[in-house]
Design a protein around this ligand. Structure first.
Ligand code: HEC
Ligand code: HEC
Length: 466
């Protein structure tokens, strides 16, 4: 019986899978991808949803878009805060896609957040949260005084103000053409609850695009282990993260987030609701107020829970059922050449072009047993010192990142009005992102850096088309 997948083997050994995936992509009507190339390209439902699922999907979309507020009114859902980073999912995941990075050091971080931890191990072997600030800085607090005075007594202080200053450096392709790369330097001001302890660690993360995530959730753990085993024979060291699964009360394989630190969309959504917007859920019932934050703790919650169960379910279905944009221009000779170069530069070892989802996926059966072309292995890789955040996250080390999927990458500009790539949004386009690759991907980066210009362009054309 062919259970999950053979294609990674083909990819790793035979090395022509990106070209093959491209050819195959053209012909199938697969029930999971859509021909949509406008700004809504990342928020389309898979075409195979039934009527009832589609209605739930549309309600999920409204939960994603809606703005949360502190007082009941027709325009707001009640429950925001007491501290938060944003007032809607959409505010960070612009168009269901990436966040936007600030241009300069005077703009606030809107769709980037900063995780923090202090030395030592936290609960279940995860990062150790700071006693005063927790595991993530919330940059906003409910302001007062309020018309509904009974509920809100005094303004809740934001935990800190965060800014990025960009350091620039020039790197050169082998043919002499120069590229300006920028690297963020985090500036933390107005710490509301005192200085941070010696050795505090920070990780800057930009909001990720959300299309196709249900399909990645539907890939069996086994497939990931198998890809990791094959990579070992290729001199790479891809590893699964194993993280706390609060939904099932156990440790599970991590797949979401830049360090694969979340095991499921369900948990990711509940955690984002709590940490990014201050919404309690059935999973995380307590407001996000470390004990020293007394004004935060004094606030009366909007509801119990604030993210009600049906809304959570519908958001989950929505994020799970997001389709992937079908590849474009696959007949173009330059794109096909780019596909071969993608193999030759060994990009495909990590950005695995093709795999199959699990034979069964009860939460959304339409996602089971599908051939998908995500260009990721969902594994952690050492990406070198240049990209290191210095902050471990379960099994992810200080230099490790999860390979991001590359499907739909070429539509990023259309969806978001820009492409802020890599975990902190430092890369303004795919070429910059590749030039930052180091560690296990150093050889790939060098292969790209030393290509002729026409070949670099072909590779970038390919990335734009998938
Ligand atoms: C303050 C900005 C912000 C808000 C608000 C926000 N997110 Fe996110 N989201 C992020 C960031 C940053 C990440 C990456 C987190 C990490 O790597 O630790 C992320 C990751 C995700 C992922 C995982 C993506 C992947 O490829 O692994 C999902 C799913 C997600 N968010 C859904 C949501 C939903 C649904 C909401 C609303 C309930 C939401 N987010 C609200 C910033 C935000
Ligand atoms: C060893 C595994 C590995 C190899 C080989 C590799 N990558 Fe990556 N790639 C990653 C990881 C991990 C990241 C995320 C790094 C980060 O966010 O700091 C990434 C990020 C990217 C991004 C940015 C995507 C986004 O959503 O931000 C692009 C584009 C990309 N890689 C293209 C390539 C190309 C093209 C090649 C071959 C020249 C290549 N990669 C080789 C692992 C790899």
């Amino acid at each position: 019986m062919i259970r999950t997948l053979v294609i990674p083997a083909v990819v790793l050994v035979a090395g022509a899978a990106a070209a093959a995936a491209l050819a195959a992509a053209d012909e199938d009507v697969d029930g999971i991808s859509v021909q949509c190339v406008d700004r809504d390209a990342y928020v389309q439902p898979i075409p195979s949803l039934d009527r009832r699922q589609l209605q739930a999907f549309q309600r999920g979309r409204r939960h994603f878009d809606k703005t949360w507020g502190a007082v009941t009114s027709l325009d707001f859902e009640w429950g925001l805060g007491p501290t938060f980073n944003a007032t809607s999912c959409l505010e960070c995941h612009v168009g269901g896609g990436r966040g936007r990075a600030p241009e300069n050091g005077s703009q606030p971080l809107l769709s980037l957040l900063v995780r923090l931890s202090v030395p030592g191990e936290g609960p279940h072997g995860g990062p150790n949260p700071d006693h005063a600030y927790g595991g993530q800085f919330q940059t906003a607090g409910l302001a007062g005084p309020f018309p509904d005075f009974a509920y809100h007594t005094a303004p809740v202080p934001p935990e800190a103000s965060l800014y990025i200053d960009w350091d620039e450096q020039l790197v050169a392709y082998a043919d002499g053409e120069q590229v300006r790369l920028r690297e963020p330097r985090l500036r933390i001001e107005n710490l509301a609850f005192g200085a941070l302890p010696e050795g505090a660690m920070f990780s800057l993360r930009i909001a990720q695009p959300l299309h196709g995530l249900g399909l990645l959730e539907a890939v069996a753990d086994d497939t990931l282990h198998r890809i990791a085993a094959l990579q070992k024979t290729q001199g790479l060291n891809g590893r699964v993260n194993v993280v706390r699964d609060d939904v099932n009360d156990r440790m599970s394989v991590g797949r979401f987030g830049w360090k694969a630190n979340q095991p499921s969309l369900r948990q990711q959504i509940a955690m984002a609701s709590l940490e990014d917007m201050g919404l309690t859920s059935r999973l995380y019932r307590a407001q996000n107020c470390p004990p020293v934050q007394t004004l935060c703790a004094a606030q009366t919650p909007g509801n119990d829970p604030e993210l009600v169960a049906t809304d959570w379910d519908e958001l989950e279905l929505w994020s799970r059922a997001l389709a992937v944009p079908a590849p474009r221009d696959t007949g173009d000779a330059r794109v096909q050449r780019g596909a071969r170069l993608f193999e030759e530069a060994k990009c495909a070892l990590c950005h695995v072009p093709q795999m199959r989802t699990a034979e069964s996926f009860p939460p959304l059966p339409q996602l089971a047993n599908r051939v998908i072309r995500p260009y990721t292995d969902l594994l952690l890789h050492d990406m070198g010192e240049g990209l290191a955040d210095g902050r471990p996250d379960f099994r992810a080390g200080a230099r490790d990142w999860r390979t991001p999927p590359l499907w739909g990458l070429g539509l990023s500009e259309t969806v978001n009005g820009g492409s802020a790539l890599l975990h902190d949004g430092r890369a303004r386009n795919a070429a910059e992102a590749i030039l930052w690759h180091g560690g296990e991907a150093q050889a790939s980066r060098e292969a790209f850096r030393t290509m002729h210009k026409a070949d670099r362009d072909a590779l970038l054309h390919f990335l734009n088309a998938i």
